[in-house]
Design a binder for this molecule. Structure first.
Ligand code: PLP
Length: 360
């Protein structure tokens, strides 16, 4: 059966992916050596395409890892000697916090209930926190942090590095990378690709910090430390055998999105989100989980259903339309809808119509 995936990730594939996989097979991309010139050209293309699409400064490095979760661990290891600070409002920001704790760091947090956002700039961060961690888009709740708040963090906390999880908001999110030190994403969310690859964007200051920590004889990890990733990336390679197909496809999709127009992608994302929130706000038996409109995510829309979300999810699934359930304790009362570049306006209109027909 033909299915349409509105799950936050893995999700609907970006429309050009199938064609690129076919071409990759024909060009033997799946068998070439990761030390070959052919691979180096692929990685060079992909890094360039990410840089162009997201407007990443030339002085910032782009490294490949295996996932968003790995990126959290690498960020903590390479940027924190003693202590980190976390804004926690859902499962993924909590994970970032837990990773730091498990790595033996002293962790500080500002926590608010799920579904809420933060006035980041009004939070006092202890000076000793070397890294401030922000989950820009909480995929578990559909709450997102306004980008202007993130842009102020560095000015307000000049003693800290800033790390931003953009896993479920990239490439929609318009970050000014000059104001942050680390950002990371994985490809199975907004890029509409198969899972198995993450990218970390690293400032020169974050790299310096990694080398400083290493000099203190504290582990910053082995093959995927920032310095080892940098060493290999200078030759358009990775320390290990990477997900070659993933790197290839990411470059192709970034180029396709840039050709389509990133502004257009962003405008359409906002228009589609508005459609969904308007529908939820007007519904009597349903509503948006995030009440404060300034914190409503444009890329992951979370709805709650008075009578429970199970029937709705099941009825849509029978029509070939896959939504995600609520996260954790909200599993049976909420649903989550991904609104990524792979989802067309027509897809979203069809979804709204089907939700209406499902009569729950
Ligand atoms: C999915 C997700 C992650 C984890 O990414 P993986 O690639 O699954 O490891 C981290 N943060 C956020 C906000 C996410 O949505």
């Amino acid at each position: 059966m033909k299915q349409l995936f509105f799950t936050p990730g893995p999700s609907q594939l970006y429309p050009t992916v199938k064609g690129h996989i076919t071409k990759a097979l024909r060009a033997n991309i799946l068998s070439i050596s990761h030390r070959s010139k052919q691979y180096q050209a692929i990685q060079e293309q992909t890094v360039g395409a990410i840089r162009t699409l997201l407007t990443i400064p030339n002085s910032y490095h782009i490294f490949f890892v295996s996932s968003g979760t790995e990126a959290m661990e690498r960020t903590i290891q390479n940027c924190v000697q003693h202590s980190s600070f976390h804004f926690v409002n859902g499962a993924f920001s909590q994970r970032f916090y837990t990773v730091a704790k498990e790595l033996g760091k002293a962790v500080y947090a500002q926590s608010v209930p799920w579904g809420n956002g933060f006035p980041l700039s009004k939070t006092a961060v202890p000076k000793r926190c070397e890294l401030i961690c922000v989950t820009q888009n909480e995929t578990s709740t559909g709450a997102s942090i306004p980008i202007d708040e993130i842009h102020q963090l560095k000015r307000l906390n000049p003693h800290s590095l800033i790390a931003v999880d953009i896993v479920s908001s990239a490439p929609y999110v318009r970050l000014d990378y000059q104001t942050i030190d680390v950002a990371f994403f994985s490809v199975q969310k907004g890029f509409g690709l198969p899972a198995g690859l993450g990218a970390v964007i690293v400032s020169p200051q974050a790299l310096e910090k990694a080398m400083y920590i290493r000099e203190k004889n504290i582990s910053i990890g082995s093959y995927h430390s920032f310095p080892s990733l940098l060493k290999e990336s200078r030759q358009n390679q990775t320390p290990e055998t990477p997900n070659v197909l993933g790197v290839y496809l990411l470059g192709k999709v970034c180029t396709d999105m840039a050709t389509y127009g990133i502004d257009r992608v962003r405008q359409e994302t906002e228009a589609k989100a508005e459609l969904l929130y308007k529908y939820l706000d007007e519904h009597t038996a349903m509503g948006a989980f995030v009440k404060d409109t300034q914190f409503r995510s444009k890329t992951v829309i979370v709805g709650k259903v008075k009578e429970g979300s199970k029937t709705l999810i099941a009825r849509l699934k029978a029509k070939g339309v896959v939504l995600a359930s609520g996260y954790g304790k909200y599993k049976n009362s909420q649903f989550r809808i991904a609104n990524y570049p792979a989802h067309s306006i027509a897809n979203i209109k069809r979804l709204v119509k089907l939700i209406s027909f499902a009569r729950v």
